[in-house]
Design a protein around this ligand. Sequence first.
Ligand SMILES: [Zn+2]
Length: 384
Amino acid sequence: MDVRARTCEILSDLIAFPTVSSESNQALIAYAAGLLEECGAKVDLASSPCGTKANLFATLGPEMDGGILLSGHSDVVPVTDQEWSSDPFVMEERDGRLYGRGTCDMKGFIAACLAMAPTYATQVNARPMHFAFTYDEEIGCFGAQHLAVDLKARGLTPGVAIIGEPTEMRVIEGHKGCYEYSTHFHGLEGHGSAPDLGVNAVEYAVRYVAELLQLKQRLRAMAPAGSRFDPPWTTVNVGALQGGVAHNVIASKAQVDWEMRPVTASDADFVKTALRQLCDEELLPQMRQTYPQAEITLETIGEVAGLEPMDQNEARQIMAELTGANGADLVAFGTEAGIFQALGMDVVVCGPGSIAQAHKADEYLALDQLDQCLTVLQRLGRYL
Ligand SMILES: [Zn+2]
């Protein structure tokens, strides 16, 4: 059977596992582990804290630093309220396209990796080939964060990581981070006519928002020289502001939902440090003068690290050579790539299919995209 037919066969199996992020991915991971073990890979599974999900990390060849890592997330977004022309969890080929939930985001890439594994097994020599299939990417990259902790503990750093998110096989070397938070303010209720007897959470939340807006302006001026991001600076958005109950009641609770999309990790630190200072040195001491139990808590909804374009990037060199690309681009969507970069790897995002088809009804992967991917993965063997 040729490698494309084998990839389609594996992809059809992967699509049949309904690995929506709210559900278990263990059956899919066990299936992938079986295929990798068959060709001699050393496979490690790590259970999620809740016990219903798992990461897979597998190695062909010697266990040493500097290997090549092919990585993908095993979870998919839900099909709820979407009108599909066919069963989303039964892969169907129509007009040169493979339809099904996850075909392009991103089980097509995983299937191609699994189909190539037996070939890599005969090629590995001085440099190991690793496979990482993670859980819960779609809801905050939790699986990859967990994998990063495990790799660190093991002291293993692959040299190059290729994240096969759908880029139509374009080589992507950067994207902004996406950090989301809810900040909660707890004050003291009281009558509107006696402001000194209460602590108005809404007023403190507004001062916090004012600081966020000032930081937003300062970040514009901090755009790195030559930044190719659009816009080139770190953005801040205050998405929701809630609090209080009525005109004449001092508000005891308020909440600010906000996000930032940092172009560098240091920008994110800058914002968080400024906010912490504001709370610890100004807002909280004032609130606690009247009400010692007053609190401001920062709830992290998700912190997906950005992928910073680097001058030196072996992953970019390899993939540019294999795809024939002239350079590498940036994208607007977030991936697990920044988590691997933070571990010291050279990382690019490059995979089959288009992000335009991801997350939608009738998600599909064009067969010519799959062919391009397989060509590149076949050529990748020469770097082992
Ligand atoms: Zn994805």
